[in-house]
Structures are given as C-alpha cells and as structure tokens.
Design a protein around this ligand. Structure first.
Ligand code: HAM
Length: 507
C-alpha cells in the first residue's frame, strides 16, 4: 500500500495519473461486525491505526503511572462505536425518526438512570431483567454511605417514559392519544454474544391513551415500514404475534401454569422455583435456563384462559393486519419477558435458518394497559398504551448496507510552499464558513513536503486544493479530482462556482 501510495503521489505531482488502481480500490466498503474483517478497507485501517496510537498513548501514560504497564479494556459487553459503525447507527436512527414523524410521533428523551423501583414494579420482580440483569447501585451519600435510594441504569425505555408522562401530569385517560419515540442506550447484565450486549441501543415508539385494536395494527404497520426502509430482508424475518388477554385472563392462566409447574417442580431450575414460590409462574415460560426450556415445551397454552372479549379483540387486530397485507404467525408460546404486557404482544424475529441468528428478535413490543396504574397513575381508570422497541445493534446486522449514506469526505488543502501556509489556513476557514467541509492536510505545512501531505489525504478526500507558489502569485489554485484523476486551474474568485459545479456537497 505504501509503495502504491508513493507511486500515486509522484504521479499526482507530475500530473500524470497513470496508476489509477489505488484510487479505484479505495472505495469505502461498509463494515459493521468484526466478522467482516476480511473486507478490511482503508477507513477501517485508519480506525485501527487510530486505535493503535491510542493504545500506545495509553501505554505511555500507564508506564509513567507507577511504572506498571496495564491495558485498560472496555467494560465487558460494551462496544466502542468508531465512525463507520456510528454512521450505521445514525442511519438507523434517522430512518426511525423519518418513519415515526410520518406517523405523527414526536421525540422524547428520559434519563438513563432511574429509580430501581420503577422496573421492579413494571417490568416485574420475577422477570429475568429484574432478577438477573440490572445494573443497580445505591445513590452515593457521603454523609451516610449506603443510605441512599437504589438507582439503576435503565434496561428499557417504556417504564421511564410512562413515569415521565405520569409526573408531567398533562396526560390522562381523557387526553387525546400521545405519540412518542425515543432512542438511546439501555443496559442489561447478560452474557455477551453476537447481537447481545450489556450496553445496547434501542429505538422505540410508544402510543399512549388509545385502546382501539387499530392502534395495535398501526404500531405494527409502523414497525414493518421501519424495517422496510432500512432494507432489512423480509424473507429472513417473521412477525410473531400472540395475545395475553386482560388482567383476568393473565391471572387465570397464571393459576393453570402454577398447577402445572407445582406438579413438575423437580424439573425446574432453582431460579424458576423461586418464581413459582413468588406466584409468578408466567415468567417461567420465558426462562432462558435449559431445563426450564425443556419443561416449557409441555406447558399449557394461554389460549384456553382467554375470555371471549379478549379473543374478539385479538381477532380484530389480526383482521387489521390482513387488511394491510402484513404477514404474521400466531405463536401461542410467545409471552415476552416483561410483566406489564396485556393483550397483543409481538416480536420480529430472524428466521435465517440455519444461521446462528435464528430466532433472534430485532424488534419487540406489545400493549401495556396496566403499566400506568402499577407506577403511580393517580386515576383508577387504565391508561391504554402500546409500543415497541428495536435493538440497533441487531438491526445493524441485517440491514441493506447499500442504503447507508456514504461518509462525507472533506476537501483537503495542501501547499507546496511554507510561506503560503497562512493563505491555506485562511482558505480552509473561508470554505468551512460557506458550508464546505474542508481540512488542512496537516498543521505542519512548513515541515512536510508535498508528497507527505498528499499521502495523508488520499483516502480522506475526493478533491484536493493545492496552493502552489507560481499559480498562487496569479491568484490561481490547482484543484485535483482524486477519483477522476483530473486537475483544473481555478481562479481564486471562481472557486465557489467550481465546487458547486462539481457537486461537492455542503453541510
Ligand atoms: P425487549 O424485547 O426487551 O422489549 O427489547 C426490545 C429489543 O431490544 C429486542 O427485540 C432486541 O432487538 C433488543 N435487545 C434487547 N436486549 C438486548 C441486548 N442485550 N443486546 C442487544 N439488543 C437487545 C423492550 O425493551 C420493551 N420496552 C419494548 C416495548 C416498547 N414494549 C412496549 N413498548
């Protein structure tokens, strides 16, 4: 690569761009997961170099500190998002925003730290999330250590959003439907693996205040639209849907399940025996323990416990989906792992058999009519609500990379002559103020010769402006198009016209 760069630079300098392969091969290939290492490209190499430099810096610092060499790794299950990955996340967020706004939703942000009690009461004390996956700690009070309230990093966004709405008190069961969307980091102490992290990101939507079955259909339709706009291959996904019925149906089902698990108590994992003792048999159904999974295959299904009203409601939801041409599979074993759900629940899963992602949920949601009352809603009426959240890291594994906008490449400015460095600096500043992303090849224009400067910008820019002494003395600049291997002499006054004509985008 270095050899080819040298060749390229010398050909650039002599205005003789015969060696075109280097540039042709430098197109950015989008690369998300570490599995794509074979696709290694120049921008990733840049990242790696940056990584190595950072590590070196760290190591130097660390060596000075107590003379010990230590290597500080990121916390298990967390991930640094370098620009290429951040760009993919941003594409998912931007697409989600566009879709949500089109359906009349508005963005909201709630804190990452919340009182632990919020999730204990809503997601449920018997859920996997609350029993095993919370990052929780005592709020620090230096005067009385250990006395503070227990707070936690949020494991999901729905409960926090409902808490915010209740506290704000402008929403009640009589106000018109409220539509919100949000995005951000969530935290669950899980065993990290592909598509499962301890810090991950969600984009979610919540519709508060409507109990009509068509609101279920609309939110599901929105989820499908979101995935379609991201270019997720729908032949590899499946919408699974089920109903839990209302609180009475859930209570009746819990009793039937309790009986079943009592009879098979010796086959249960210790954590599920605990759930059984806390009268929380429903949560055993979504246990990830191997021995529970085996037993759950024989557990009675929800269907029998549903009232006619609940069945009719579900039928109406399915008819709505049929009407919009949304395909689904009714999965009576789907219960979802959060206590707040009522009636419709759904998940969009990967069905890429026999891939290791088989069954992985990229999006999940449902109706949670009882949640507000569980966390301090001051009215006795229910606040009917429905929503979903999608896992950004998981979606990133399955979207169409061709749809991701290419990274913006700034124009580079180089100069062959040290005394022109101040002019280069000024030009750079002027172009930026007019909206063109621009950078100097280096601040050390005096120290680095032209080939070094050009080498630095080869993969970073499509256009390079060169301030050369002879041309600059007649107020003219040299502009090189690194993709087309052409060069133009452009009068200083015409530079904006040139950039506009060449479709160099402004920001
Ligand atoms: P959830 O199914 O727990 O639902 O999470 C939603 C999505 O977040 C999952 O489908 C998955 O894509 C992603 N996800 C969950 N855990 C992880 C993880 N450890 N690593 C990577 N991705 C993960 C909820 O959170 C509900 N609040 C959804 C909802 C909104 N229901 C109603 N409104």
């Amino acid at each position: 690569m270095i050899k080819s760069s040298k060749k390229l630079i010398s050909s650039l300098l002599h205005n003789n761009l015969k060696n075109t392969s280097v540039l042709r091969n430098s197109g950015i290939i989008c690369c998300y997961s570490s599995n794509n290492q074979n696709n290694n490209n120049i921008s990733n190499q840049d990242n790696n170099n940056q990584d190595n430099n950072n590590n070196q810096d760290n190591n130097n610092n660390n060596t000075n500190n107590n003379n010990k060499i230590i290597n500080i790794q990121n916390v298990k299950g967390t991930h640094d998002l370098f620009p290429n990955e951040q760009r993919i996340h941003n594409f998912i967020y931007d697409t989600g925003r566009d879709v949500a706004e089109r359906y009349g939703f508005k963005e909201i942000s709630t804190p990452i730290i919340e009182p632990f009690e919020l999730f204990d009461r809503s997601v449920g004390e018997g859920s996997d999330i609350v029993m095993k996956e919370m990052f929780k700690f005592k709020e620090y009070d230096p005067k009385n250590i250990g006395s503070g309230p227990t707070i936690c990093l949020r494991p999901e966004g729905t409960a926090g959003l409902m808490r915010a709405i209740i506290n704000e008190s402008s929403t009640n069961h009589l106000t018109p439907t409220q539509r919100y969307y949000y995005q951000g980091a969530m935290f669950r102490y899980e065993s990290p693996q592909k598509g499962r992290q301890r810090q991950f990101h969600q984009l979610g939507i919540e519709m508060i205040g409507d109990e009509h079955p068509r609101s279920d259909v609309e939110t599901i339709d929105m989820a499908m639209e979101f995935l379609e706009k991201l270019g997720v291959d729908t032949s590899k996904t499946l919408l699974k849907i089920n109903t839990l019925g209302d609180s009475d149906s859930i209570k009746a089902y819990n009793e039937i399940l309790t009986q079943f698990y009592q009879q098979n108590r010796e086959k249960l994992s210790p954590i599920s025996i605990n759930r059984l003792e806390r009268n929380n048999a429903l949560r055993i159904l979504d246990s990830k323990e191997k021995q529970d999974i085996e037993l759950n295959k024989m557990a009675p299904l929800m269907n029998e416990s549903l009232s006619t009203k609940c069945r009719d409601r579900f039928k109406e939801v399915l008819e709505g989906l049929d009407c919009l041409g949304i395909t689904y599979e009714i999965d009576q074993s789907l219960v979802r792992g959060l206590d707040y759900y009522r009636h419709t629940i759904f998940e969009i899963q990967i069905i890429d058999n026999p891939s290791e992602s088989q069954g992985l949920a990229i999006l999940g949601g449902g109706r949670y009519d009882g949640l507000a009352n569980q966390i301090g809603y001051k009215y006795k009426e229910i606040l009917p609500s429905i929503g979903w959240a999608s896992g950004i890291e998981r979606i990133a594994l399955f979207l169409n990379e061709k749809l991701i906008p290419k990274p913006i490449k700034p124009i580079s400015i180089v100069t062959t002559f040290p005394t022109l460095s101040i002019n280069a600096f000024k030009l750079c500043s002027d172009l930026r103020k007019k909206g063109w992303p621009t950078m100097l090849s280096t601040y050390h224009l005096e120290k680095e010769n032209i080939s070094k400067q050009l080498k630095k910008v080869i993969n970073k820019s499509d256009f390079v402006i060169i301030l050369a002494p002879i041309e600059f003395s007649t107020n003219t600049l040299i502009i090189k198009n690194l993709n087309e291997h052409t060069q133009s002499l452009v009068p200083l006054n015409d530079i904006e016209d040139f950039l506009l004509k060449n479709n160099i985008s402004k920001i």
